[in-house]
Design a binder for this molecule. Structure first.
Ligand code: AMP
Length: 558
């Protein structure tokens, strides 16, 4: 292995092993995250063979955090953030308090000091951004109410941790760690400076960033260079994240989130989001590899009970607290369960806090090892909670309908349509909205399946029957009564996803007339093979329109 190129070796070994282990996990029908974590263990220092550079891996993982949070910011407007503050602020604060107290209790049982217990408890109280976002994205929950509450909650936790990371060195002496006992004045001063910096950061982003960033991207978009636009998006995401960390002391994640958020109001945001997708996914994978690398599997044998107790605090203690808080605010069962499941894990912040705690003499090494073990076990368990929610939802809701095994959390209680011989339209974007409006004007019976919440609200405001969710999920297709429908119009841009839907629809109803949209000849063939009757190739229709316009112009001119 070339030791003179540690960066390349770390990236390549991380990605190649993550791919191999992820593919195996997928084959065994477990979450690929398990594979990525195990790939990390394999290239980590505690297993024989090649050892990747741990520090480099962690820095690479930070890029994943930045791009993920930037992507989330792109889906989030300031209005969204403010709309969830009523629950996210008290919820996160109460949950952090409860988890910290539980952690202190466990620390006390180990015979640690109160200061050590405090750091241990705080590290258990904060969820991982990457794990939470991956979970929400995989289940397309980011744009839903639950998703917004979970992300708002995460932002509050993030802010709280920024404060903790700054204050901890200042108060280490007072808590019994290394360093002199500071005066109350010095502590208050440190607190005021941190809060001042965070406030200054928010003002700069919301006043200056909100104007400058969209302007820069608009300018670059108009140059017509795709490469420059990609570069601009990356430069904004990474530049703002690093700049805000250096200048204002906020976390990378928070800086990137706000960079995305100030863009969310401009129509360029979708393009910007797409440009970061491939890089984002690759670096998010490296995040899991880097977590795996920190893990020493021997702790599971030497310290099983303390590991179990730590996991119990993260999984049971935090979830029960979050569930109770969300329910107390009057939100439905499904929302409370999704939020509890999203937060029942720990990750990057906990490692940072643990490392800082050990260096300040405020956490025994054993505490850090337990935190790492707790993180890896809860990240592994996390996808299972979502599967369990989807499985047990009907039972929890008091209905006895059997559901098929699915790891998609279904958005709302699905009511099956009463329509017969109707038209089902999937997607209400640029294409689907035109089709839908024409169908409404003609008075034909139809319903729409759409997954973007703002569009679902718009459709319902127009009194159009709508099923909210991803049409690739069987329950959603069942609720649309495809078996009794006469037409299916698939107006989504992804031909391969549409192919999956076509196959399911054809199986449910051999006589259904299926129309689909495609953007390449390969997609046309693919859709035809799966049973679509008529496929409209977008680009050909645009060309036809252009040709007609030219011919009409020639006729008019002659
Ligand atoms: P456009 O490309 O502007 O016509 O938008 C396509 C629309 O289809 C968007 O509003 C998407 O939210 C929606 N969409 C894409 N995939 C799915 C899916 N699998 N299920 C439901 N809606 C979808």
């Amino acid at each position: 292995m070339p030791h003179h190129t540690p960066l390349i070796a770390t990236i390549v070994a991380g990605l190649v092993l993550a791919f191999i282990f992820g593919a195996i996990a997928n084959r065994l029908r477990v979450s690929p995250l398990v594979g990525y974590l195990l790939a990390g263990v394999a290239v980590g220092p505690f297993t024989p063979g090649f050892v990747a550079d741990q520090n480099l891996a962690q820095e690479l993982a930070e890029i994943g955090v930045i791009l993920l949070m930037f992507g989330v910011g792109l889906h989030f407007s300031l209005k969204d953030l403010l709309s969830v503050k009523a629950i996210a602020v008290p919820g996160a604060v109460a949950q952090i308090t409860i988890a910290t107290l539980l952690g202190m209790g466990l620390g006390w049982a180990f015979g640690w000091t109160a200061g050590e217990g405090l750091v241990f408890g705080l590290a258990l109280s904060v969820a991982s951004t990457v794990v939470l976002l991956r979970a929400l994205q995989e289940r397309r929950l980011v744009d839903t109410d639950k998703g917004r509450i979970a992300v708002g909650w995460l932002i509050v936790e993030d802010l709280a941790m920024v404060l903790v990371l700054v204050l901890l060195p200042a108060v280490a002496g007072a808590l019994g760690g290394d360093g002199a006992t500071p005066s109350t004045e010095a502590i208050l001063m440190a607190l005021a400076i941190t809060l001042g910096k965070v406030a200054a950061f928010l003002v700069v982003m919301l006043v200056v960033g909100r104007r400058v960033i969209p302007w820069v991207l608009h300018y670059v978009a108009h140059t017509g260079s795709r490469e420059l636009f990609r570069l601009a998006v990356l430069a904004v995401a990474l530049g703002v994240a690093l700049g805000s960390t250096q200048l204002f002391g906020v976390s990378f994640a928070l800086g990137a989130f706000f960079a995305g958020m100030v863009l969310a109001e401009s129509e360029l945001s979708h393009r910007a989001a797409e440009e970061t997708l491939p890089l984002r996914d690759a670096f998010a994978v490296l995040f899991f590899v880097s977590v795996g690398m920190l893990f020493d599997p021997r702790i599971l044998l030497t310290d099983p009970l303390p590991v179990l107790a730590t996991v119990a605090i993260i999984v049971v203690g935090k979830s029960v607290a979050a569930y109770g808080i969300v329910r107390a605010f009057g939100h439905p069962n499904a929302t409370a369960l999704t939020i509890s499941a999203s937060l029942a894990q720990i990750g990057e912040f906990s490692f940072i806090l643990a490392t800082l705690g050990v260096s300040l003499g405020l956490l025994p090494e054993r505490g850090r090892d337990l935190i790492l073990a707790g993180a890896i076990v809860t990240i592994l368990l996390n996808p299972m909670f979502f599967v369990a929610i989807a499985r047990f939802k009907p039972w929890l809701d008091g209905t006895r309908k059997d559901v098929a095994r699915t790891d998609m959390a279904i958005e709302e209680t699905l009511t099956r349509t009463a329509l017969q011989n109707h038209i089902v339209l999937i997607g209400y974007g640029r294409v689907g909205s035109l089709v839908g409006d024409a169908l409404q004007a003609s008075g034909k019976p139809f319903l729409v399946i759409e997954e973007r919440q703002p569009l679902v609200e718009l459709l319902r405001a127009k009194s159009i029957e709508t099923i909210s969710g991803n049409a690739a999920v069987r329950e959603i297709i069942d609720a649309a009564n495809l078996a009794g429908a006469s037409w299916l119009v698939i107006a989504i841009p992804n031909g391969f996803e549409a192919g999956h839907i076509v196959a399911g629809a054809r199986a449910a109803n051999p006589d259904l007339l299926i129309l689909a949209r495609a953007h390449s000849d390969a997609e046309v063939d693919y859709l035809k093979k799966h049973g679509a009757n008529l496929i409209i190739l977008g680009e050909r229709e645009i060309a036809r329109g252009l040709i007609e316009a030219i011919e009409a112009g020639q006729t008019a001119a002659s």
